[in-house]
Design a protein. Structure first.
Length: 211
């Protein structure tokens, strides 16, 4: 019996996800371009998946657990059990506008065009604030949108802030904070739960060792 874990195939979480498994003493046969790999010394099967697909795979029980940014779970609207917070890939999801734009409060975005890869997150936030805006969904390089006249504001992940800076944007509202978490499928079996607790034990020692 094995625990099926999803990690990001490519992107910012990929490297740190593999690293934490490695720090847990788990070595993975990692052929390039492989979408599935087994651990040599732990009952773990690793699935390399696209970030945005992971919440659904968890919900459907295709995988038992996943290392994923909590912002993605919020965006996909799936309420899953978080077994561990992993302390890496810390970022926030924020609204930003051109540096030169006048911005006093969220109501300045009323009727404006907002480019984002996080439509559900923005929509929920705006609704809460009673603001209506036009959302343009883009999958990447969102910060370019105001400069090419596609939008008046953007909502995206901010980590160091350098992408905002380079694109002459200023962060005006922080919608949520995020970090990598170990999320659990509601369909996880009893045997897998036992493997998961062994994995959690190792993860906790790794995190404690970092402090
Ligand atoms: C992510 C995110 C922001 C940027 C934030 O983009 O979408 O643009 O990182 O990081 P920073 O605050 O440290 O600059 P990424 O580079 O992953 O590319 P993408 O938007 O094309 O997916
Ligand atoms: Mg980006």
């Amino acid at each position: 019996m094995k625990l099926k874990i999803a990690i990001q195939k490519a992107g910012r979480l990929n490297e740190d996800s593999l690293k934490i498994l490695k720090d847990c003493g788990i070595s993975i046969d990692n052929g390039k371009d492989q979408l599935k790999a087994s651990a040599r010394n732990f009952p773990l099967e690793v699935f390399y998946l696209r970030n945005g697909d992971i919440p659904q795979y968890l919900r459907d029980g295709v995988v038992d657990v996943a290392i994923i940014g909590s912002n993605v779970l919020v965006e996909k609207g799936v309420d899953l059990k978080i077994a561990e917070k992993l302390g890496f890939s810390k970022c926030r999801v924020s609204l930003a506008v051109p540096k030169a734009a006048k911005y006093e409060s969220i109501s300045d975005l009323q009727g404006k065009r907002i480019a984002t890869s996080y439509p559900h997150t923005v929509e929920t936030y705006l609704k809460e604030k009673g603001v209506e805006a036009e959302l343009h969904i883009i999958n990447g390089s969102v910060e370019i949108a105001p400069n090419i006249g596609l939008a008046d504001a953007i909502c995206d992940i901010v980590s160091s802030g350098s992408t905002l800076f380079k694109n002459n944007l200023k962060e005006v509202e922080k919608i949520l904070s995020s970090e990598a978490v170990l999320a659990v499928s509601p369909c996880i079996g009893e045997g897998q739960k036992e493997i998961l607790s062994k994995l959690q034990f190792r993860i906790r020692s790794v995190i404690a060792g970092q402090q």
